[in-house]
Design a protein around this ligand. Structure first.
Ligand SMILES: Cc1cc2nc3c(=O)[nH]c(=O)nc-3n(C[C@H](O)[C@H](O)[C@H](O)COP(=O)(O)O)c2cc1C
Length: 203
């Protein structure tokens, strides 16, 4: 049984976490990144297959990825220009061009298998991704989950060398998202949450 102050902190953590898109240039130690990855791997997974696979880039490899991030923006910008107000559109464009100076990027893959339903495999990896978001927050780091690399999946697979793996060649290793990590350099407001129509109780 968790005590009241732990409960309060836990729910507070969920409320306070938010996506961070601007980072200080300071490096993040491997020790911290490892802790975050290990937190991810504490997540539940379908049949306990632990089918997450993480590829972490930093340094020059991370710098080289910016070119790809910029390309992924091309696939998204037309949709976003309609949805976002101009200042947010510009901020988002800058984020894609620089990744907010985030020093670390974790690419999250699912190793799918015939023994497991596709959606269960995918869901399991996203459970780990949320654990990592929360662990980053607890570490004082900022994080942003990005579906944007899916705009250029084949290129990302090649950039990471994942396309050389037999599990990729058999079509089982699938990119789901990237998680950018770094020390936060802004404090954005909490994105609103709507409750209406989200929950249905039946009894
Ligand atoms: C699967 C997934 C994909 C996302 N892709 C992007 C992305 O490509 N670029 C981005 O800036 N934010 C991305 N986000 C972050 C969401 O925009 C953000 O979680 C949402 O607006 C709620 O804000 P919050 O995380 O601050 O609570 C993504 C989030 C999820 C869960």
């Amino acid at each position: 049984m968790m005590d009241e102050s732990f409960k309060k902190q836990f729910y507070g953590l969920l409320e306070q976490r938010r996506s961070i898109r601007k980072f200080k240039r300071d490096p993040v130690s491997r020790e911290i990144v490892e802790r975050i990855l290990h937190a991810g791997m504490q997540a539940p997974s379908g049949k306990n297959r632990q089918n997450w696979r993480f590829y972490v880039i930093e340094g020059e490899k991370r710098d080289a990825y910016l070119k790809y991030s910029q390309k992924s923006w091309l696939g998204l910008k037309d949709k976003l220009v309609e949805r976002l107000k101009p200042s947010l559109y510009e901020f988002t464009e800058r984020f894609f061009f620089t990744l907010g100076d985030a020093p670390v990027i974790v690419f999250c893959y699912s190793l799918n298998s015939a023994d497991e339903r596709y959606l269960t495999s995918i869901g399991s990896v996203y459970m780990a991704v949320e654990n990592m978001n929360l662990a980053a927050f607890v570490e004082g780091l900022g994080a942003c989950t990005m579906g944007a690399p899916l705009e250029i999946t084949a290129e990302v697979d090649h950039f990471l060398g994942v396309d050389q793996l037999k599990e990729h060649q058999s079509g089982d290793l699938q990119l789901l998202c990237a998680l950018v990590l770094g020390w936060p350099d802004h404090s954005p407001p909490k994105a609103s949450r709507q409750l209406e129509g989200r929950i249905t109780w039946l009894s």
